[in-house]
Ligand binder design. Structure first.
Ligand code: FAD
Ligand code: NAD
Length: 466
């Protein structure tokens, strides 16, 4: 296929979308290259996102379990001492190991790694770090970066007003931290530094945290996290921030307008969302427009309006999640190879890795009710034998089913292992399961997953253990 081109497929961006697309294209016999401007492969997720944040979440969870008394409840008395350089070192080790792993996979699958920023010259030619490369098909997988907040200037080097990348790299625990934005990043990284000793205040513009999640889940998550010590200022906007000496001084106002107040902090984390990366990509040159949100629109095969140019991941509409990008990466490569690559965007799970974890898939109760009558089953983790025995009583499972057909429309979970439990719900929904299908599936005992079975039984009003 590649006779008049250097490659059959050139992928721009080596994040979970791009590197997976490149590997699958190569597996399908296409001559493939992947360009990225970073020094290491893996994109946001492996370098400064999913992986390093989970490394700190996991380690800080252990620290808090030891320091906060959870271990003492089980008869393990310890007085932990924080060795932050070692904790940060294991974060860097995790990143190094996994980004190196992608390099190995590229070699194994014969994907050429092109280092440098990529800019379109025409629809089949891209300049990568000063070198021209041609390809029959080009996949844009350039991901996203932090949305800036006007009046609040991020400087990760100073380490006072930081974004998520800066918040991962703090070299000491701040006495106080303000998180701007009560979304996923704010709650995950705010939890890390709170567990390690910071007083953390979350300032959220809306009157509830975690927009997009089920209403019950948003309320309960707020309650649990507040009990853990995160302080919330909801319905509040930050209108400015100034660095004074070694501190930041923020100006806050009620979102609806009103009297301003100031708030001082050692570190401020700006986490108000992410925006697609298209700057310097040369989209104008190939006549590819972005939508109002700066995203590249595609059809359901991930083809853009320009022939031979495809797009996937955070740069296109949909949730900005690594697994969504990966699935689109596989699908786009299969479509380019002439197969049928499909992603079911109705069944994309999302997980917040706090403790307990917060997870969901499918419709929220609010969205489901807008479509028609529903039946809902709920089961508290407190009544699940394993969670109770493990001293993990917080949370619940909620199953939302169509009132008539009983088809599962959405599942929402707050539980220590909600991120693992949600996979079963996603698979059931992918197979078109009813709540009865889940209720009559044998679940191992004692497991947290039995709470999902009980919530499914509760849809018919017949849970056993409550
Ligand atoms: P990216 O991973 O952003 O990769 C794009 C790559 O393209 C980057 O390396 C970029 O440098 C490169 N690039 C951009 N433009 C060019 C160009 N013109 N030329 C060459 N290279 C270019 N998601 C989850 O599902 N689970 C999580 O737990 C999770 N945690 C996160 C934690 C944090 C702190 C952050 C910031 C994000 C997290 N995410 C998580 C989101 C996840 O990282 C993204 O959804 C995912 O990385 C998107 O993948 P992508 O391939 O579309 O883009
Ligand atoms: P987000 O969209 O999850 O949350 C941003 C929050 O900031 C929202 O609650 C919003 O209402 C609030 N906000 C916006 N403007 C504000 C302002 N001026 N003042 C106060 N609050 C304001 O965005 P994020 O937390 O930055 O995360 C970015 C993306 O990264 C998300 O799309 C998420 O999917 C992805 N991510 C995923 C994971 C995960 O899957 N576990 C972890 C981290 C990040």
């Amino acid at each position: 296929m590649a006779d008049q081109f250097d490659y059959d497929v050139l992928v721009i961006g080596a994040g979970p979308g791009g590197y997976v697309a490149a590997i699958r294209a190569a597996q399908l016999g296409l001559k493939t290259a992947c360009a990225d401007s970073r020094a290491t492969l893996g994109g946001t997720c492996l370098n400064v996102g999913c992986i390093p944040s989970k490394a700190l979440l996991h380690a800080s969870e252990y620290f808090e379990a030891a320091a906060g008394g959870a271990m003492a409840k089980m008869g393990i008395k310890v007085k932990p001492e924080l060795d932050l350089p070692t904790m940060q070192g294991q974060r860097l080790d995790a990143v190094k190991g996994l980004t190196g792993g992608i390099e190995f996979l590229f070699k194994k699958n014969k994907v050429d790694w092109l280092k440098g920023h990529a800019t379109f010259k025409d629809a089949h030619t891209v300049d990568v770090g000063g070198k021209s490369v041609t390809a029959k098909n080009i996949v844009i997988a350039t991901g996203s970066s932090v949305t800036p907040l006007p009046g609040v200037e991020v400087d990760n080097d100073k380490g006072i007003i930081v974004d998520s990348t800066g918040a991962l790299e703090l070299s000491k625990v701040p006495a106080s931290m303000v998180v701007i934005g009560g979304g996923v990043i704010g709650l995950e990284l705010g939890s890390v530094w709170r567990r390690l000793g910071a007083k953390v205040t979350v300032v959220e513009f809306l009157d509830q945290i975690l927009p997009g999640m089920d209403g019950d889940v948003r309320k309960e998550a707020n309650k649990i996290l507040a009990r853990q010590g995160l302080e919330f200022k909801l319905g509040t906007k930050v209108t400015g921030a100034a660095v004074k000496g070694k501190k930041a001084v923020l100006t806050l106002e009620p979102a609806a307008g009103g009297k301003a107040e100031t708030l001082e902090a050692d570190v401020v984390l700006v986490s108000i969302g992410r925006r697609p990366n298209t700057d310097g990509l040369g989209l104008d040159t190939i006549g590819l427009a972005t939508n109002k949100r700066g995203q590249i629109e595609t059809d359901h095969e991930f083809a853009t309006s320009v022939a031979g140019v495809w797009a996937i991941g955070d740069v296109i509409p949909g949730p900005m999640l690594a697994h969504k990008a990966e699935d689109e990466g596989i699908a786009v490569a299969e479509n380019i190879a002439g197969l049928t690559g499909i992603v079911n965007h109705d069944v994309i799970p999302s997980v917040v890795y706090t403790m307990p974890e917060i997870a969901g898939v499918g419709l929220t109760e609010e969205a489901a009710k807008e479509r028609g009558a529903v039946k809902i089953g709920k089961f508290p983790m407190l009544a699940n034998s394993r969670a109770k025995t493990n001293h993990e009583p917080d949370g619940f499972v909620k199953v939302i089913a169509d009132a008539e057909s009983d088809k599962v429309l959405g599942v929402w979970i707050i539980a220590s292992v909600a991120g693992t439990m949600i996979a079963q719900a996603a698979q059931a929904m992918e197979f078109g399961a009813t709540s009865e299908d889940i209720a009559y599936t044998c679940h191992a005992h004692p497991t947290h997953s039995e709470a999902l079975k009980e919530a499914a039984m509760a849809v018919q009003g017949k849970p056993i253990h409550i």
